[in-house]
Structure formats: structure tokens, C-alpha cells
Write a protein that binds this ligand. Structure first.
Ligand code: PMP
Length: 344
């Protein structure tokens, strides 16, 4: 690949065409070949660069946006960073309503990228006026010449991945992919990618990843909204307490739920085995791969693509902080004794 042997006109030209990296050690006891598509390699360090660029470009094409206008969104952080980056590059203002679950690192990065940030309580219902949905809607109605990205309910979120992530995976695997394992938040990544891949080969299995405390898996299985499924959890960006229309449940074969603790340890394990410094939901996806494998989902002919949605640098005060892990009760005594830093 020669894409970096020339001068790019701006940062946005670096979005997409993320690398695929074979997993060699972490999956060594499993049947099949396992490959990560590392979205942390995008210039904004997550898969959300794709939808930010795509949705804003579509709005420009339709004449909805002109320089100096305002982009507004609800976000767990990654979409915000990507929108702020695209906004700076293209000359828009950016206003973001984020969940209080977002790490401080993420919020500081949004501010560094010039966004105006509103931090909203995480554990209120979506129709509560303090929720980040309602705050974003209010800001949209109060701000002249603003566009509300509305990623959970925007079909363009799916289209962005149908146009980019899907074709990339098909090409990068020479059409040999047998399984896709992907996290679902808005559902844009898994739905758009799956739609493209299933059109190419309907036998490709699409395996979703959901969080304990989220509604998605149960809804997929029963078609019912079961509020009993909902309770607070730690992983940012994975799972949901409502049903996003940016999720096409028909193209997803099944979901597996993963825990906060197992996902956190898996993220660390990815770094320690493969040298890939990935985010919390990458740990969740890896944990799901292990659970799917345990349930007999793969065999020696499987070529499994796991999407790693973002970069580990976003989680220095969370998954990669020993103090945070201890506070969550995720370290047992044995692991604490193995601490790798000695203070002299
Ligand atoms: N991982 C992270 C870190 C995210 O921020 C998101 C988006 N909320 C996802 C995974 C899920 O991606 P999608 O919204 O496309 O389902």
C-alpha cells in the first residue's frame, strides 16, 4: 500500500482504509483464523471518523450546510471527536452533548478539538430533559443554522459503513471472510458492514456484541422492549437502553453479551499479546470472540474478522489505569501482586 507516500490535502483524506492485523497469540487455542480491523488507525482514532465525514459530506451535497454553520450531536465521545475534527477541517462550529460515563480524557480531547461540550447524566431515561438526547435536541432548536447528526436514528450512519467498512473488509479478505464480530451501539457499524457483506455472500455470519445491562440482544431475539434488561454498566459506546433505528436487526445473526470486567481484562490482554493498543469495546469484541468460540461458532476453516472500534489512548484513566481497575473491583490479589511498575 502506497497511500502515505504522497502529501495529503487535509486530515480528512486519512479517514478509512484501516489496516487488518492477524491475531496470532490471543486466539492460538481457537479453531480458525482471527483478524482485527483496527479502527483506532483512523486519524480521529475511531470508527466514528467514517460517519462524521460521510454524514457531513452528504449534508453539504444536499445544500443543508454552509461554512460557519453548527454541527450538534449526542455522543459517548468518539463521534464527538470525529465531528469536531471534521468541523474544524471544513469550517463548522461543533456542539456536543456527552454522557457523564465518558472518560475525562475524551471530554478534554473534544475541547482540544474546539467543540463546546455539555456533560449530561448517564443513567437517566432517554426522555428525561437532562439526557443527552434531550439536551442535544434543545440546543438544535435554539441554535440557528444547525444540523443535528442524530447518529442513533440516522440512516446515513448505516450507509457510511455500507459504502466504506463493508467493501474494505471484502477486499482485504479477498472475499474469504466467514464471520464478522462487531460491537453494537448505534448499530451503524455492524448494520452497514453486514448489509454489504451479506449482499456479497449471504452465508457470512454476522455476530453482534452487546453489554450486560443493554436491551439489544433481548430485542433481537424477542422483538420486545424489555426494560428489565436495563441497568448501569461501565463500557462506553456498547449496547443501548433504547432501540436505535440505525440498527438493522435483520442482517445480524445473533448477539452475545459481555461483562465490564471480562472486556477490560481482554483489552489489556490484546495489548500484552499482540501489541495492539485498542479501546474498551475492542476488549468487549475480543471477549465475545472467545465466548462465541466456546459455543462452537467457529471451525478450522473460519476466517473471522473482529472490528476493533477505537484506540487505547482514549482509556488511560479507565481500562489502562490500575487504580481504576482496582476501584471497579476488577483486580484480584494475585493480579495486584503482579504490578509491573516499581517505585524507587
Ligand atoms: N465502540 C466504541 C468505543 C464506540 O464509541 C461505539 C459507538 N457508540 C461503538 C463501539 C459502536 O459502534 P456503532 O455505534 O457503530 O454501533
Amino acid at each position: 500500500m502506497k497511500r502515505h507516500l504522497s502529501i495529503h490535502q487535509n486530515i480528512l483524506e486519512l479517514i478509512g482504509e484501516t489496516p487488518m492485523i492477524k491475531l496470532n497469540k490471543i486466539t492460538q487455542d481457537l479453531d480458525g483464523e482471527f483478524i482485527a480491523k483496527f479502527e483506532g488507525y483512523n486519524p480521529g482514532h475511531s470508527t466514528k471518523d467514517r460517519i462524521a465525514l460521510y454524514i457531513i459530506s452528504q449534508a453539504e451535497k444536499q445544500g443543508i450546510l454552509k461554512p460557519g454553520d453548527t454541527i450538534i450531536e449526542t455522543t459517548s465521545g468518539n463521534t464527538g471527536f470525529s465531528l469536531a475534527m471534521v468541523s474544524i477541517s471544513k469550517g463548522y462550529n461543533c456542539i456536543l452533548a456527552v454522557s457523564s460515563k465518558s472518560s475525562n480524557d475524551k471530554i478534554d480531547m473534544l475541547k482540544a478539538m474546539g467543540a463546546k461540550v455539555y456533560v449530561c447524566p448517564a443513567h437517566v431515561s432517554a426522555d428525561d430533559p437532562r439526557s443527552y438526547y434531550q439536551v442535544a435536541k434543545r440546543l438544535h432548536s435554539e441554535t440557528a443554522n444547525s444540523v443535528y447528526i442524530n447518529q442513533y436514528f440516522n440512516q446515513l450512519n448505516i450507509d457510511a459503513h455500507y459504502q466504506t467498512t463493508g467493501p474494505e473488509i471484502w477486499k482485504q479478505t479477498n472475499g474469504e471472510i466467514t464471520h464478522l464480530v462487531a460491537a453494537s451501539g448505534t448499530g451503524g457499524t455492524i448494520s452497514g458492514t453486514a448489509k454489504y457483506l451479506k449482499e456479497k455472500n449471504p452465508n457470512i455470519k454476522i455476530l453482534g456484541v452487546d453489554a450486560f445491562g443493554s436491551i439489544l440482544k433481548k430485542f433481537h431475539e424477542t422483538g420486545e422492549f424489555d426494560a428489565n434488561e436495563i441497568y448501569p454498566y461501565r463500557i462506553e459506546g456498547l449496547g443501548k437502553n433504547l432501540i436505535p433505528t440505525a440498527t438493522d436487526f435483520d442482517v445480524i445473526d445473533k448477539f452475545e453479551k459481555v461483562s465490564d470486567e471480562a472486556s477490560a481484562h481482554r483489552a489489556r490482554e490484546i495489548a500484552l499479546t499482540e501489541g495492539i493498543f485498542a479501546g474498551y469495546t475492542s476488549g468487549a469484541v475480543m471477549q465475545a470472540v472467545m465466548q462465541y468460540a466456546e459455543k462452537g461458532e467457529f471451525d478450522k476453516n473460519s476466517k473471522v474478522i473482529a472490528i476493533f472500534p477505537d484506540h487505547g489512548s482514549r482509556y488511560m484513566s479507565k481500562v489502562y489505569s490500575d487504580d481504576w481497575m482496582r476501584e471497579q473491583g476488577f483486580f484480584d490479589a494475585v493480579k495486584q501482586e503482579q504490578a509491573a511498575v516499581e517505585f524507587i
